[in-house]
Write a protein that binds this ligand. Sequence first.
Ligand SMILES: N[C@@H](CCC(=O)N[C@@H](CS)C(=O)NCC(=O)O)C(=O)O
Length: 215
Amino acid sequence: MSTPCVSAFRWVPPFAQGVVRDLRVRWALEEAGVGYEAQLLDFEESKQPAYLRQQPFGQVPAFSDGRVDMFESGAIVLHIALDSPALMPGDDAGRARTMTWIFAALNSVEPAFAQLGEIDLFHAGEAWTVERRPQVEADVRAKLATLSAQLEGRDYLEDNFTAGDLMMVTVLRILRHTPLVGEYPVLHAYQARCEARPAFQRALAAQLEPFEQAA
Ligand SMILES: N[C@@H](CCC(=O)N[C@@H](CS)C(=O)NCC(=O)O)C(=O)O
């Protein structure tokens, strides 16, 4: 196995800094104690044939470690987690629950949050959003209420921190331009607890570092 390599953007606008999806992979590698290199791309470069061979949609992250070549942040995090007790329990039942939460974050929760982000950050002020936004916000609130109930009285989605929490917290971060998570104290504390982890802090700093240099 060679040193894992994660693709990332050299620079993104401030609203995206700290939420670009390579953060998930960096965080997983940090939790697993695996060193890695970043393959920094300019936006134009991410649409060129050479990169499209790594990531057909021209997005980040892509990942390789000498054993596998992958894209899709969820699949990459799962790949890393399967080799790391820091991210994945050792028993079948625990592994199944962790995979369940990874998919729940990506499939049941992220779409509504991403829609709200799309409206607020890319279409603010457009006429169609006046009717659509309240519907999307109601959907977001329903997901937040479900998660808050799940986390009531516990530190993590399951007994210990897993890749499911890692994924869920990166999804919660999509709402950071709103006060919504703050309205659910259990969730707010959960996000803060996970983000206080040294591995998260290192991953975040590593994503932000090239942006600061570019600025
Ligand atoms: N489902 C993909 C989504 C990847 C994605 O949306 N990446 C964004 C950055 S967070 C991107 O590269 N955007 C640039 C573009 O779509 O051109 C994953 O989870 O890896």
